[in-house]
Design a binder for this molecule. Structure first.
Ligand code: NAD
Length: 465
């Protein structure tokens, strides 16, 4: 077992000074230079690599996250993200020449410059602590901002390892971390920012947006996850069960893109349930509790919330259902419910529950899905091409994975719509979300004789236009 650094809240008195240091560095143009940004990103890459064991251990202690999942969605994910960003940065940051411009203005050399926004704040969530905190920060650094990073206090070992990584690799005058929970975040929100990037639940999202509005600060809100899966009668029950189970066993369902509930054509329900049982046996021959490949719930409060959701369901448990409070273990649990108002469908579970609601047909499924939350983060339609297309074109969501669960290609824009948030990042969008597209024109002196037409006196000039 590797030793981990200790998690310690940043003192409230220290916060304003940290911010003003980063703001000063921005105004000194330290981060404008592309080579400077590239060096920072490369140093960050190597610090993540050097601390991979600490990252594994921190995710294991915070969430019992299997090493495979930590590599897939935390350290490995970030390393790939940095490689992709550094490879493309020159191309993304280049001035864009303006197209669709009237010939008359071409002489003014119109172009769009990708200006950094300034000093920005990234607030992370606990469930993929490294990916969701350092991921947005990578884009912010690439775009030339100075950055303050606030990880979730609910994954404290991960937060402490992130601090070690940041301090070991990045220029401290430009990039800093503030540790803590509500009081520290409130202290951060009292300050003026050039953008705030928040990942978390909608309740806190509203607090962030309100605080930002005081300073007219733009915000990105990456919120959750009332994601429906819609299973048409043309779907393959085995595929549905294996993929949907995977979507709920990753991080024990603490995943914003995992499906919250399934609307299944009634003719397929018993086959789908049987296939869930088959897949569960195949993935966890000794059960999830004894497997090294299954996470735990993050803390006692989340465990209690999930327990109460299951206690209050009017549905019938068809698979799983066991819990161990001491271990914060909740088994992947399939429940047949009879209404979308059931406790398991009407709130975001953010846990390993798989409620199945039988429906008469696709039209009913679409109507119900649109009624629960009309703009979820993800949508998972299963069936043939025509059925899937019908579902996609009758619904809205941040993203869609047809015939799959949770999957999102890491370089495609990722973000919610409506109640699941606004703004998107990942891939090129991670750069675009952190820059101001600044239109620049330059009027040559030789144009003066033509431009003279704009100056008064106007008499006799109107007919020239
Ligand atoms: P959360 O909203 O409880 O906390 C997120 C952050 O907000 C943390 O850093 C926390 O310290 C801070 N915070 C908490 N209360 C606050 C307050 N009163 N004032 C100011 N700051 C406060 O979210 P969570 O429990 O970490 O994550 C779970 C939620 O996040 C789920 O709803 C999930 O769907 C969503 N999520 C969304 C995405 C996405 O990319 N869209 C990714 C992961 C999680």
């Amino acid at each position: 077992m590797v030793d981990l650094p200790e998690f310690k809240e940043t003192s409230l008195d220290e916060i304003p000074a940290r911010i003003s240091t980063t703001r000063k560095a921005f105004h000194e143009n330290k981060t404008r230079d592309l080579e400077f940004r590239l060096v920072q990103l490369r140093k960050l890459y190597w610090a993540i690599k050097d601390n991979e064991e600490e990252i594994m251990e921190a995710c294991a202690q915070d969430l019992n996250k299997p090493r495979f999942e930590t590599n897939l969605a935390e350290s490995g994910w970030l390393l790939n993200d940095i490689v992709f960003t550094t490879r493309n940065l020159h191309k993304w940051a280049k001035d864009e020449s303006a197209s669709d411009i009237d010939l008359a203005f071409k002489f003014m050399s119109p172009k769009i410059r990708k200006d950094p926004l300034g000093t920005v704040l990234v607030i992370g969530a606990f469930n993929f602590p490294f990916q969701l905190t350092l991921g947005p920060a990578i884009g912010a650094i690439a775009a030339g901002n100075t950055v303050v990073i606030k990880p979730s206090e609910n994954a404290p070992r991960s937060a402490a390892v992130m601090q070690k990584i940041i301090e070991a690799s990045l220029d401290p005058s430009c990039y800093t971390m503030v540790q803590g929970g509500v009081p520290e975040t409130q202290a951060l929100l009292a300050e003026r920012w050039d953008k705030i990037f928040f990942t978390g639940g909608a309740t806190v999202g509203r607090i962030i947006a309100k605080a930002a509005a005081q300073h007219l600060t733009p915000v990105v809100l990456e919120l959750g996850g009332m994601n429906p899966a819609i299973v048409s009668k043309s779907a393959d029950p085995r595929l549905v069960a294996r993929r949907m189970l995977w979507g709920k066993l990753l991080n024990a369902g603490q995943l914003c893109t995992s499906q919250n509930y399934l609307l299944v054509d009634k003719s397929l329900v018993s086959e789908v349930v049987q296939e869930f049982k088959n897949a569960y046996k195949e993935f966890y021959p000794q059960g999830a509790k004894g497997s090294p490949d299954y996470s735990r719930i993050v803390n006692a409060a989340s465990f209690a919330r999930l327990k109460s959701m299951l206690d209050n369901t009017k549905g019938q448990i068809l698979m799983g259902g066991t819990m161990d409070e001491k271990e914060l273990f909740i088994e992947p649990t399939v429940v047949q419910v009879d209404s979308v108002e059931d406790s398991l469908c009407s709130q975001e579970s953010f846990g390993p529950f798989i409620p199945i609601l039988p429906v008469e047909n696709l039209d009913e499924a679409i109507r119900l899905a649109n009624g629960v939350q009309s703009t979820p983060l993800g949508l998972y339609p299963f069936g043939n091409k025509a059925d899937v297309e019908k579902i996609v074109s009758s619904t809205r969501s941040g993203g869609v994975s047809c015939n799959d669960a949770a999957l999102h290609i890491p370089t495609l824009p990722f973000g919610g719509v409506g109640e699941s948030g606004y703004g998107a990042y990942r891939g090129r969008s991670s750069f675009d979300v952190w820059v101001h597209r600044r239109s620049i024109t330059s009027t040559p002196s030789w144009l003066e004789s033509i431009l003279a037409i704009r100056y008064p006196p106007y008499a006799g000039k109107i007919s020239t236009f």
